[in-house]
Design a binder for this molecule. Structure first.
Ligand code: UDX
Length: 441
């Protein structure tokens, strides 16, 4: 009999995982404790912007015309426990207020709500990013005759569907052969298409996730440190990244210098990792992550100073600053810990007249920082601007008509915080183009 799957927590990770499991042919029941989310998903609507996710959801949500009907949603824990053979826990683990450590309260609540209802033989699979040691602790909350596995998720926002259906690797931390066998069945399709399947113990599975994110953060901060040196030495960090990236051992990805990393994962994951290492008495092993975080955070201030300089120095008072991009990366409406919002906010708080435009992130950005100015198009955002800041590399911005924009700004000055625009195009149209870590002309 085919396995039945439940997904607990239908945020970014859970909604994508639920839709992907339905796409792989399983009957899926998703649970969330927020009624609005369940109502939206049941109508086939996705609570955030993620390319391809709404289509996938609508293909499977029961009640939608032409759907397979394999995917349903509920708020009832007993129904979930009764329905499922495999329960994926996908709730979020944000950074605790005022601390580096991660907040495990949603994971703990999910386990305590599910545990009393579980059927014998049920397999609970943790997907949330948790401090190492959590799985062993959570296993003690489950009833006799049930089992736990840890299966971290590596999906990127903007590529969530693709990353879930065709993952670079599947990592499963297990304590029993049965759990491994069940997960091999669940992931038979992606493994059949070439995704490596790595079986490990609980702590290693938990660590793989935080180690991967720490490595990615390190790559970005490394190249941003090189950008600082290039700025001092009049070198070109984009060329430098291209050149070192040709070495296979280094690789060319994640070497784009700019205003640094943000979002709901990398910043909080490296902080939670440091906090956990401290608890384990291994804090020395991760002191370098403090430096990675600090290089990253100072990029935002450096962008503010570059803007001040481009405006002739001194105060921002009375200066009009257009900000293109609010989200932490393109193809997402996520503004959590977004470097773009941080830069826009700092300039605004120092008296600048800031107008932000983002193709998908305006609504979230407005909620986060209601006193900033917002525009509905690039042209409206840059009209009368003394300087234009390019802070999130949406395709729309990379394809802008420099001549057209030049006709509406007060001053043709553009600062590229993502090293993603073509300097030649802007300079040929009479703009002063500056990017971080690159020569001024
Ligand atoms: C990340 C991990 O990539 C993913 O595997 C994990 O599951 C969740 O965290 P995500 O948060 O979606 O995914 O974003 P990612 O694509 O990693 O980008 C993170 C940040 O780094 C963005 O703000 C991006 O703009 C920045 N970045 C990325 C750079 O500044 N330079 C680069 O070269 C690459």
């Amino acid at each position: 009999m085919a396995l039945k799957i439940t997904v607990i927590g239908t945020g970014y990770l859970g909604a994508t995982h639920a839709a992907a499991m339905a796409e792989l042919g399983f009957e899926v029941l998703g649970l969330d404790v927020v009624p609005e989310k369940i109502e939206m998903l049941t109508r086939g609507e996705v609570p955030m912007y993620e390319p391809g996710l709404e289509e996938l959801l609508r293909k499977h949500v029961a009640g939608i015309e032409g759907s397979t009907g394999r995917l349903r949603f509920t708020m009832d824990w007993a129904e979930v426990a009764e329905f499922g053979d495999v329960h994926f826990v996908c709730v979020n683990t944000p950074q605790k207020h005022g601390e580096y450590a991660c907040d495990m309260s949603y994971v703990d609540a999910a386990f305590s709500s599910l545990a009393p209802h579980l059927k014998a033989g049920a397999l609970v699979v943790g997907k949330s990013t948790v401090p190492v040691g959590s799985a062993a602790r959570l296993a003690t909350l489950l009833p006799e005759g049930t089992d736990l596995a840890w299966n971290p998720e590596f999906l990127r926002e903007g590529f969530a569907v693709q990353d879930t259906l065709h993952p670079d690797r599947i990592v499963v931390g297990v304590r029993s052969e049965r759990a491994e066998k069940i997960l091999r069945d669940v992931y038979a399709a992606p493994v059949g298409q070439g995704s490596p399947f790595v079986v490990t113990d609980f702590p290693t599975a938990e660590l793989v996730k935080t180690a991967a994110n720490s490595f990615l953060a390190t790559k970005i901060s490394f190249i941003n440190a090189m950008a600082e040196v290039c700025e001092a030495a009049d070198g070109d960090v984009a060329k430098l990244a291209e050149a070192i990236g040709h070495d296979d051992r280094i690789g060319s990805k994640f070497l784009r210098a700019g205003i640094g990393f943000g979002g709901g994962c990398l910043p909080k994951d490296i902080r939670a990792f440091m906090a956990r290492a401290g608890e384990l008495g291994a804090d020395q092993a991760l002191t370098f992550l403090r430096e990675i975080d600090s290089i990253n955070m100072r990029r935002r201030g450096q962008m503010v100073e570059m803007t001040r300089e481009a405006l002739g120095g001194g105060s921002f008072l009375g200066k009009r600053v257009a900000v293109l991009g609010a989200t932490f990366k393109p193809d997402s409406d996520d503004v959590r810990d977004s470097p773009a919002m941080n830069v826009a906010g700092q300039i605004h708080l120092q008296g600048g007249q800031v107008t932000v435009y983002d193709p998908k992130g305006n609504a979230n950005a407005r909620r986060l920082f209601p006193t900033l100015g917002f525009a509905d198009s690039v042209l409206d955002a840059v009209r009368g601007a003394d300087v234009v800041l390019h802070l999130t590399e949406w395709r729309e911005f990379r394809e802008l008509d420099a001549e057209l924009l030049g006709g509406v700004v007060a001053s043709r000055v553009i600062l590229d915080g993502r090293n993603a625009l073509d300097p030649a195009v802007w300079r040929e149209a009479g703009w002063t183009y500056r990017a971080m870590g690159r020569p001024t002309a």
